[in-house]
Write a protein that binds this ligand. Structure first.
Ligand SMILES: Cc1cc2nc3c(=O)[nH]c(=O)nc-3n(C[C@H](O)[C@H](O)[C@H](O)COP(=O)(O)OP(=O)(O)OC[C@H]3O[C@@H](n4cnc5c(N)ncnc54)[C@H](O)[C@@H]3O)c2cc1C
Length: 311
């Protein structure tokens, strides 16, 4: 039995763990990965006090501190939460389950999928949602990047530093990225832009051999021969497995008050999974700290927490 289970090991969850552990609460973090979305930022420049660094390195430091203060970390996907008498039971996709008195939901956002044939089959084995994490596998090979926002454009530029050929497939004929970056893209000889097109199928038997794309104007389909596919079409919140316990807004974000309380006593939420504006690493970290202190206050019946240094 844990005092606190934190679902998600991104900036919000790891910071929450630092705070709960420093309050001597027995803390378990369960997460699919460590670092979350911050990992995909190769050059994070707006996290104060660290200087510019790779997001993976910044998150490694968060992890070291959380674990250093005593947090236990288990890798896995939470897919069910139940309230049983005075405790919560968190179930993982592998069948394991853990119990706690207080629960902090910090599981951010998950990458959007295309929903096309072959995508799920090859996810993690040729299809990826993280250029920065998986690009080293494609040295001198051909890849396709799908999307038209900043992360797709930057993903294509990063891919062109390692891959032999990069197709950037976008459903429109202009990018939603800043002009300087788009200019770099157009001048890169390794990048071929495929406009007005959507992916329709991942091609391959044992490995990815290519991707089929359809021109949405002419309806013509063609196969691009690639070894790897990066889906960079943004992120969504998935709160389906907690909606029987906590209230969500129209975007399915978990509604919290200014201290991170959800609509259910004993369940707190923080970071990108909540409606808190300006989704940023530093904000997620701050919200994580706040929800952990509020969780501590709740667990101690309002007696223990320092709410303000002036009181
Ligand atoms: C391309 C891109 C660039 C960005 N650039 C910047 C930037 O330069 N500066 C900046 O400050 N911010 C940037 N951001 C935003 C920043 O990364 C996020 O605001 C921040 O990561 C949110 O942290 P979080 O902990 O709330 O969620 P996340 O980072 O999303 O972490 C959530 C964690 O929960 C885990 N998880 C998800 N579902 C489950 C589940 N069911 N069970 C268990 N674990 C689960 C995930 O694996 C992950 O570890 C960027 C985001 C993106 C996508």
């Amino acid at each position: 039995m844990y005092d606190v289970i934190i679902i998600g090991a991104g900036a919000a969850g790891l910071t929450a763990a630092i705070y709960t552990c420093r309050k001597k609460l027995k803390t378990l973090i369960v997460s699919i990965d460590v670092g979350g979305q911050t990992n995909v930022t190769s050059h994070i420049e707006n996290y104060p006090g660290t200087g510019a660094m790779h997001g993976v390195e910044l998150m490694r430091r968060f992890q070291d501190e959380a674990v250093g203060f005593g947090a236990e970390l288990i890798m896995g996907k939470a897919n069910k939460v139940e309230k049983i008498e005075n405790k919560f039971k968190v179930f993982l996709a592998n069948g394991e389950a853990y119990e706690c008195k207080g629960l902090i939901l910090a599981y951010g956002k998950v990458p959007k999928s295309l929903g096309i044939e072959g995508e799920e089959k090859f996810m993690g084995r040729g299809v990826s949602t993280c250029v920065t994490c998986d690009l080293p596998l494609y040295k001198n090979r051909d890849v396709a990047v799908i999307g038209g926002g900043n992360s797709a454009v930057e993903g294509a530029l990063e891919s062109a530093t390692i891959a032999k050929k990069v197709y950037l497939v976008h459903r429109r004929d202009a990018f939603r990225a800043d002009e300087v970056t788009v200019e770099k893209l157009k001048n890169n000889p390794r990048i071929e832009l495929i406009f007005n097109s959507v992916p329709t199928k991942v091609i391959g038997e044992k490995n990815v051999d290519g991707i089929e794309v359809e021109n949405i104007i002419t309806k013509e389909r063609k196969a691009l021969k690639v070894d790897g596919i990066f889906i960079e079409i943004g992120y969504v919140v998935d709160t389906s497995f907690v909606q029987h316990l906590v209230k969500v807004n129209e975007k399915k974000e978990i509604i919290v008050d200014e201290r991170g309380n959800t609509s259910h006593p004993g369940i707190f939420a923080c970071g990108d999974i909540t409606p808190v504006p300006f989704k940023q690493t530093v904000i997620a970290a701050g919200e994580g700290a706040k929800s952990a202190l509020e969780c501590y206050r709740w667990l101690t019946g309002g007696k223990g927490a320092v709410l303000d240094w002036t009181h």
